[in-house]
Design a binder for this molecule. Structure first.
Ligand code: PLP
Length: 396
């Protein structure tokens, strides 16, 4: 039996999302822009999906734009806000050091074009401080972009407090809520955001489809030119099966979200407590202000990649914050941002669980992982040096 504990990377599609997609593919094949009955039927399905998603986010349907996923939504929000503010001579962006690359790289590109960016500290607990956001805002600030919850360490940011600050100062505010949507309750009005990004495959919907919420007063500039879809803001024939699948997945995730979050966070805490019994182990990110399903720890003296491979052989699909898996030797920018030294950041393990995981799986992981860590430490020269006192432990 395999244990899937990498839900922050992607999730298994839900039955409801799959069924919704199949029925649209089989029965609703018209183009929503066509005037004939098949087209109008497709336009109805499109509108229903838009309304259902708007209901889940507490906004109106005309504030929902369909995109190809989280990355496109983030890029569109950032570029739109910046283009709007540029006309008023504003060329400064406030963000955090541990955003997803969809945000960080979009901002880096703007910096290369002469924009300025401030990357806020997220401190050891992985949480940005609203007063520091306020201090970073300047006369020429165009946009504040702070993620709702971090994809590696799961920490939840004080978005509504930051929203209040941005509204007071009349600055556009974007949040990447890709990790939060479908896992914690989101209400765009309460959050005070102008833009919010989400992606279906992070909540048991299909890949390659996402949403950008843009508040009525917030402008949107298209990244792609073409047809008049999405009120001229996002060209291209709508991916109707995926849109219907996303709406079904989000509705499903949002119904009973509090109970699910409660059950999943109880499993998370059991897993964290079990892993922290391993000597020289530290939890990454705040224990309380944390996504229900996120566990992220660093083990001293081992490499995250070896740990992943061994866990995979033992039936556990996990992830490491270290970017070696993506072909680079740099440790995770997120773990560095919370102050973990390089050698510690390399020994990280991320387990992201959700409502499909069971108590038995948690027990099995708390049983297997300490054994695997011990085995790897036995083979590690770094660990040997620590044990023999030739080097000092970083994690006590
Ligand atoms: C997955 C993820 C994205 C990218 O979403 P895609 O749909 O894969 O493009 C962006 N931000 C965060 C926080 C994510 O976890």
């Amino acid at each position: 039996m395999r244990i899937y504990a990498d839900n922050a990377a992607t999730t298994k599609i839900s039955r409801k999302a799959r069924d919704a997609m199949i029925s649209v593919m089989d029965e609703v094949y018209g183009n929503p822009s066509s005037l004939h009955s098949e087209g109008q039927r497709a336009a109805e399905v499109l509108l229903k999906a838009r309304e259902d998603i708007a209901d889940c986010l507490g906004c109106s349907a005309d504030e929902i734009y369909f995109t190809s996923g989280g990355s496109e939504s983030d890029n569109t929000a950032i570029v739109s806000a910046v283009k709007y503010a540029e006309k008023r001579g504003k060329r400064h962006i406030v963000t955090t050091a541990f955003e997803h690359h969809a945000v960080l790289h979009a901002i880096k590109k703007l910096e290369a074009q002469g924009y300025e960016a401030t990357y806020l500290d997220v401190h050891e607990n992985g949480i940005v401080r609203p007063d520091e956001v306020e201090k970073a805002i300047r006369e020429d600030t165009a946009l504040v972009s702070v993620m709702y919850a971090n994809n590696e360490i799961g920490t939840i940011q004080p978005i509504s407090e930051i929203g209040r600050i941005c509204n007071e100062k009349k600055i556009l505010f974007h949040t990447d809520a890709v990790q939060a949507a479908g896992h914690v309750k989101l209400d765009v009005g309460e959050l005070g955001v102008d833009y919010l990004a989400l992606s279906a495959h992070k909540f048991h919907g299909p890949r390659g489809i996402g949403v950008l919420y843009a508040k009525r007063r917030a402008t949107l500039s298209p990244l792609i030119e073409g047809g008049a879809q999405e009120k001229n803001r996002r060209a291209g024939t709508e991916n109707l099966p995926a849109i219907a699948g996303m709406a079904a997945a989000l509705k499903d995730a949002v119904s009973g979200i509090d109970e699910t979050a409660c059950r999943v966070s109880a499993m998370r805490d059991k897993l964290i407590d079990g892993l922290l019994k391993i000597p020289h182990t530290v939890l990454n990110g705040d224990k309380e202000s944390r996504l229900p399903g996120n566990v992220n720890v660093c083990f001293e003296g081992i490499e995250g990649e070896s740990l992943l491979l061994m866990l995979d052989m033992m039936g556990v699909a996990a992830s490491s914050g270290s970017a070696c898996t993506s072909g680079s030797l740099d440790p995770s920018h997120v773990l560095l941002a919370i102050g973990r030294p390089h050698e510690i950041a390399h020994g990280s393990l991320r387990l992201t669980i959700d409502d499909e995981n069971t108590d038995e799986e948690i027990e099995k992981m708390t049983d297997i992982i300490p054994k695997v860590v011990e085995k790897l430490r036995d083979m590690s020269p770094v660990w040997d040096d620590l044990q023999k006192g030739r080097n000092k432990y970083v994690i006590q």
